[in-house]
Design a protein around this ligand. Structure first.
Ligand SMILES: *[C@@H]1O[C@H](CO)[C@@H](O)[C@H](O)[C@H]1NC(C)=O
Ligand SMILES: *[C@@H]1O[C@H](CO)[C@@H](O)[C@H](O)[C@H]1NC(C)=O
Length: 621
């Protein structure tokens, strides 16, 4: 009997081992990721199931009660504890409520640079049950007015740092009934009162909870503007539940209460405000804010403030890697980096220079209805198609016609999923679990992001606008944004790919690749705007030889424009539209222009004669 039992046990153990060996790779990782994500999502939903529901504001208030002296914000030499921010937001809430007669549900636009004011204003508005519209501080003129209109905001809170931008649109705002206030000690502009003196004199006790008694999981918490590839920014709706989920992303990546997070990203975007500040409010951690990213100050700040967690976008990491090496490069306490858009080559260089930092790359859009987190050790992947998660967030990669700029459809009118290794457009099914809340005041733009009849007649998917590729092991790789590719000589050129290649050229500091129209040619011809390294000179022969070796002929830029500085947006994304418009006309472009001359095997200065020959189609490209 005992022998039989022994044999049976051995057989079972052998079978278990066999099952483990035969299990698809990464099954364990997938399961663990599923468990922690599901736990996080349930936690968020449970909070809203309570009566009254528990919002991110309530979580903050809990921390403020339990550990009032815990630092929440550091900014320059200022320090604000949880209690400080709580009391300050109470004072602001009283002033906003009494002077401005704010009622619950009203939308208030904030047009503020990164500072503690942003955070206590946010919490004050949340305490009043108001919706905050986070206007991009780079918005000017028409774009600024449009931002307010889209969100339906009739009140603008700003600060004296943005005086010029505010005064420019003030007559228009006043005539359309928008009231404007500075959250500053005094006002430099007539007709725009400063509220800070009133706020400082206001009572610090909490405003009645009844103001936000109507808040539920689906209430609008804020609007965050997303910079579309074309047209004016769109105001994406962020509900209370979405806010909570975004804030819990940091915890999911390992953020702890004793962490000190360094945020240099603008607070008008979701990464800085929801993941960074929101993440700290969720776990009770400290955030060090900086008004603007500075590559030269980055590590000095990390040492000064004992930073343990940093937030990035890919370009920011590239800038850090481009700084001259220093002996103290690895002297810092940063253990975790959260962000998105990092290229594999930058990631390798970053770790080589700055030491072991756990990098959590995530993929997602502010208005998107699902995202991915890189939870395995796969370099370059944005995440995985997780068999356990997929039923909850069904997504597809579908065939996309880059030239026509639309999905390919079969004879039944349905979209066609791509196979492993093929690039396709990411679309995520719109369901109760993965809702798409759209853009404020713009049904047409909302509808444009919804793709219908994808797998079956009548279904609806969120169109991410991103091209991804999934390999056989189901790792997902970001390939391009739709629109960041152009066609030349019948081939698709991915601008990001050419950029990554050219970035390796010795004298090039930064590069921005785009396509320009050429008379008599299909598609667009490759052009690169480059910034040279300090003290370096442009070397046409070297660049020709390098591109010859590293890029397909169709992908090597025909034109080069040397700029002193590349134009970037507030989130370090490069601006292409102006460059595309100006093209390679030497009369229009004041910067030095170069032309790829195959006969001379070099990039030579672009003369007026060459330009004229191309325009007249005498010189074929
Ligand atoms: C950083 O840590 C050191 C050593 O623990 C401490 O002396 C210093 O005060 C800390 N700095 C800040 C800004 O908290
Ligand atoms: C994915 O995560 C691992 C660690 O979990 C990291 O080493 C790798 O760099 C990440 N990939 C990207 C693109 O960040």
């Amino acid at each position: 009997m005992a022998v039989l039992l022994g044999l049976l046990t051995a057989a079972l153990a052998g079978l278990a081992l066999l099952a483990l060996l035969l299990a698809p790779p990464f099954l364990w990782d997938d399961l663990m990721a599923f468990v922690s994500m599901a736990r996080s999502a349930l936690r968020c939903r449970r909070r809203f199931a309570r009566r009254p529901p528990e919002t991110l504001l309530d979580v903050f208030l809990l921390h403020a009660r339990r550990r009032p002296q815990q630092p929440l914000l550091r900014f320059q030499d200022e320090l604000y504890t949880y209690e400080d921010v709580d009391l300050r937001s109470n004072r602001a809430a009283w002033v906003l409520q009494r002077h401005l007669r704010l009622s619950p549900g009203v939308t208030v636009a904030v047009f503020l640079p990164n500072s503690p004011t942003y955070v206590w204003t946010w919490l004050a508005l949340a305490k009043l049950g108001c919706v905050m519209a986070c206007v991009n501080t780079n918005a000017r003129g028409q774009a600024l007015r449009h931002a307010l209109e889209a969100a339906g905001a009739t009140l603008l809170l700003t600060s004296h740092e943005l005086q010029g931008a505010v005064e420019e649109v003030l007559p228009g705002l006043h005539s359309s009934g928008v009231r404007v206030f500075y959250l500053s000690p005094s006002s430099p502009t007539s007709g725009v009162p400063a509220l800070l003196p009133d706020i400082e004199a206001a009572p610090a006790d909490p405003v009645p909870a009844q103001y936000r008694a109507g808040t539920t999981a689906t209430s609008k918490a804020m609007y965050i503007y997303t910079s579309g590839t074309t047209g004016l920014p769109k105001a994406a709706v962020v509900t209370e539940l979405k806010l909570m989920m975004a804030a819990s992303l940091a915890r999911l990546c390992g953020l702890r209460r004793d962490d000190i997070v360094y945020t240099t990203l603008p607070l008008y975007h979701s990464a800085g405000l929801l993941v960074g500040i929101g993440g700290c409010l969720d776990v009770g951690a400290t955030c060090v804010l900086r008004s603007k990213f500075s590559a030269s100050q980055f590590w000095a700040d990390c040492r000064k403030y004992n930073i343990t967690v940093i937030q990035y976008v890919g370009e920011l990491m590239r800038y850090l890697c481009n700084t001259p090496p220093r002996p103290d490069d690895r002297e810092h306490g940063v253990r975790l980096a959260l962000g998105n858009g990092m290229k594999a080559e930058v990631w390798k260089e970053f770790l080589r220079r700055f030491g072991p930092v756990a990098i959590w790359e995530f993929y997602g859009a502010t208005e998107g209805n699902a995202g991915f987190i890189n939870y395995t050790g796969k370099v370059g992947a944005v995440g995985r198609s997780n068999v356990f998660l997929k039923p909850f967030a069904p997504f597809e990669l579908i065939k996309y016609d880059v030239a026509a700029d639309e999905p390919v459809r079969d004879e039944r009118g349905l979209c066609i999923p791509v196979g492993p290794g093929e690039t396709g457009l990411l679309v995520v099914k719109i369901t109760q679990n993965t809702p798409f809340h759209g853009y404020a005041g713009d049904a047409a733009k909302t509808e444009k992001k919804v793709l219908r009849d994808v797998l079956a007649k009548g279904d609806a998917f969120f169109n991410s606008g991103d091209l991804l590729m999934m390999d056989r092991q189901r790792f997902l790789y970001f390939q391009d944004r739709v629109g960041d590719t152009f066609r030349w000589k019948g081939e698709n050129v991915a601008t990001t790919e050419v950029e990554a290649t050219l970035a390796a050229v010795g004298f090039i500091q930064e590069v921005n690749v785009y396509g320009v129209a050429v008379p008599g040619c299909e598609g667009r011809c490759g052009m690169a705007a480059v910034r040279l390294k300090d003290g370096a000179t442009f070397d046409g022969d070297t660049l020709f030889a390098f591109t010859q070796d590293t890029l397909p002929t169709y992908a090597a830029p025909r034109f080069i424009r040397v700029q002193d500085a590349l134009e970037i947006t507030g989130t370090f994304k490069q601006c292409k539209s102006n460059l595309v418009r100006e093209g390679f006309d030497p009369q229009l472009v004041q910067d030095p222009l170069f032309f790829r001359d195959n006969s001379q095997r070099s990039y030579v200065p672009l003369t007026q004669a060459t330009f004229d020959a191309i325009q007249a189609m005498r010189l074929s490209l």
